[in-house]
Design a protein around this ligand. Structure first.
Ligand code: BDR
Ligand code: CA
Length: 311
């Protein structure tokens, strides 16, 4: 199985992404590193532990990372994800964690894992890229050692979700995002694709009627149904981070070589994705951008199929 390290700020969609990865036998989750973002680092770490407990996967270590961005003040998204990073009723339904976080830090863990599983480690970064940027600063060779680095973040051809210009994960720590984009030739899974695929309301309601753990997982997916209807006029639940994991486990996205910069100038476009679509700069590509959904793949089938394995 492909070794997978998940760096995350759970977070509703982070939770779905984590469940999908844990359920798929083609990936072996070597650890979950946590980062501030949707909520504080402490809440994100606690949520990660509770989510693993929920599906009896306390064998997966949780390693806390950055509690604040490089230079910006911490901006969280609790109004979107719920106080403490998950909806209140979901936090209450999840079991009390029995596992403690690892007494170490995410940056060391990322470097160690990249060294140990050279050419056989994929990193999925589902929150602000602070931990990864710090790891690259400590050990730049991780960019060569890892198989692939996937970042959920960016809005290459669409508008943002936290400001008109910026996607949340790039906005929270624009300097870190810029670092990782420039130094790690990542695969960028941005709002361009993540806001286009859903699990339908009918499927979500069916999951909510199943025994645990599926009922709570259904509740997590249900959380964005109103937002999806109001904002996009579509039916279903949105889980941006799960789109990235669905691509890793089953192939969902089409990528194009791209040259991208992240705006770090601190003004109204801070954290914006500057995508040189027409090669105006004449620079070599520095990443691969997910710009299309494969016609032969179904996001809903990938996600629901994996989640059902957890029953
Ligand atoms: C991203 O921002 C966070 O709120 C989500 O967890 C996801 O990682 C979507 O822009
Ligand atoms: Ca996230």
């Amino acid at each position: 199985a492909q070794k997978l390290l998940i760096d995350t700020d759970p977070g509703n969609d982070d939770a779905i992404a984590l469940y999908v990865a844990l359920a798929d036998p083609s990936v072996d989750v070597v650890g979950v590193t946590t980062v501030m973002g949707n909520t504080t680092l402490d809440n994100a770490t606690r949520n990660a532990l509770a989510l693993l407990e929920h599906v009896d996967r306390t064998d997966v270590p949780v390693i806390p990372g950055a509690a604040r961005p490089f230079s910006d003040e911490l901006v969280t998204a609790e109004e979107v994800h719920g106080p403490g990073g998950l909806p209140e009723h979901v936090r209450e339904a999840l079991p009390e964690p029995t596992q403690e976080p690892v007494d170490g830090n995410a940056v060391e863990f990322i470097v160690e894992q990249a060294r140990e599983h050279r050419d056989d480690l994929t990193i999925a970064a589902l929150g602000p890229q602070t931990n990864l940027a710090l790891a690259l600063a400590v050990e730049p060779r991780i960019a060569e050692w890892v198989d692939d680095i996937y970042l959920m973040g960016g809005a290459l051809t669409v508008t943002g979700n936290v400001t008109p210009m910026a996607s949340f994960n790039f906005y929270v720590d624009a300097a870190a995002a810029s670092r990782v984009v420039q130094e790690a030739t990542p695969k960028l899974v941005g709002l361009d694709v993540t806001e286009r695929v859903y699990v339908s309301t009918a499927e979500i309601e069916r999951l909510q009627g199943e025994p645990e753990p599926l009922s709570t997982i259904g509740d997590i997916l249900a959380f964005s149904i109103d937002e999806v209807r109001d904002k996009f006029g579509n039916d279903g639940g949105l889980a941006s981070d799960a789109v990235l994991v669905a691509d890793i486990v089953a192939g969902l996205l089409d990528y194009e070589d791209a040259y991208v910069e992240v705006d770090t100038t601190g003004g109204p476009s801070n954290g914006a994705t500057i995508y040189d679509e027409h090669g105006v700069y004449g620079h070599e590509p520095n990443c691969e951008g997910a710009l299309g959904i494969r016609e032969d793949a179904s996001y809903e089938d990938i996600v629901v199929g994996r989640l059902e394995e957890l029953a």
